[in-house]
Design a protein around this ligand. Structure first.
Ligand SMILES: *Cc1c(COP(=O)(O)O)cnc(C)c1O
Length: 233
């Protein structure tokens, strides 16, 4: 693709995504602009990120620590990009993540929170934190169990360099929507409860291209789109 084609393609896809978000927001009777779009740029070259940036996109999600670090470094002149780390976190990668990310959306255990706090202290920065919840209770997935969210939230909130912003989840894929909606509603209830306890909590990251509508119905404030913006990986 030429640079112009890339710009046009990404502009068009972003436009379509914003329309879909708006219509789901309207359907859910929620305020305009209450749902943000995260563009998941994993595996895509920095030219794609720049093309989306030129259309006003500022929130980008990356899954791999090293890849995030390289992209954030090479795009550091774009200082208002908000970099989210959304992948599983190995403890030997926390230093790289803490340095490159503005948000870490996949914090799921105390050891990781503690390491991020220590790195952030050294770097003299604040990290925005989402707790990733294993809402489908699947053994293979990362994420804290719903019953353990309170303890982890309390710990994160106690750290000087970590700003507890909310929750993220990636539910299993289901054939019918009933189970999915139930899990989204459990996330919403947990989010509302956290919000009452912590004034910093304002973000519920739920919903991808296939389940944006029920996610927004359940109060998602941030949907994550990869393929729909940047094409197949
Ligand atoms: C890759 C990824 C996405 C985007 O997935 P697509 O199917 O490309 O839209 C969203 N959230 C997370 C956590 C991801 O890893």
């Amino acid at each position: 693709m030429s640079e112009k084609e890339l710009t046009n393609t990404i502009a068009e896809r972003l436009g379509t995504a914003h329309e879909k978000i708006s219509s789901a927001v309207q359907q859910a009777n929620r305020p305009t602009d209450s749902v943000k779009l995260m563009a998941v740029s994993k595996t895509k070259p920095v030219e794609y990120i720049v093309a989306a940036y030129q259309q006003g996109q500022r929130i980008f999600g990356e899954n791999y620590a090293q890849e995030l670090a390289e992209k954030a470094e090479s795009l550091n002149e774009y200082s208002d990009i908000e970099w989210h780390f959304i992948g599983p976190i190995q403890s030997n990668k926390t230093a790289i993540i803490a340095k490159a990310a503005d948000w870490v959306d996949s914090v799921d255990r105390e050891k990781i929170a503690k390491r991020l706090q220590n790195h952030a202290l050294e770097l003299n920065k604040t990290l925005n934190i989402l707790l990733q919840v294993n809402i489908s209770n699947s053994s293979a997935k990362s994420g804290v169990l719903l019953q353990d969210v309170d303890a982890l939230a309390k710990q994160v909130d106690s750290y000087s360099q970590l700003n507890l912003r909310g929750l993220m989840a990636i539910p299993d894929q289901y054939d019918d929507n009933k189970q999915l909606i139930e899990e989204f509603e459990q996330m919403q209830a947990c989010f509302l409860r956290l919000q009452q306890q912590y004034s910093s909590v304002d973000t519920l990251s739920l919903g991808m291209s296939g389940d944006m509508q029920p996610a927004i119905q359940a109060g998602s404030t941030m949907v994550r789109l990869g393929t729909a913006i940047f094409g197949q990986r």
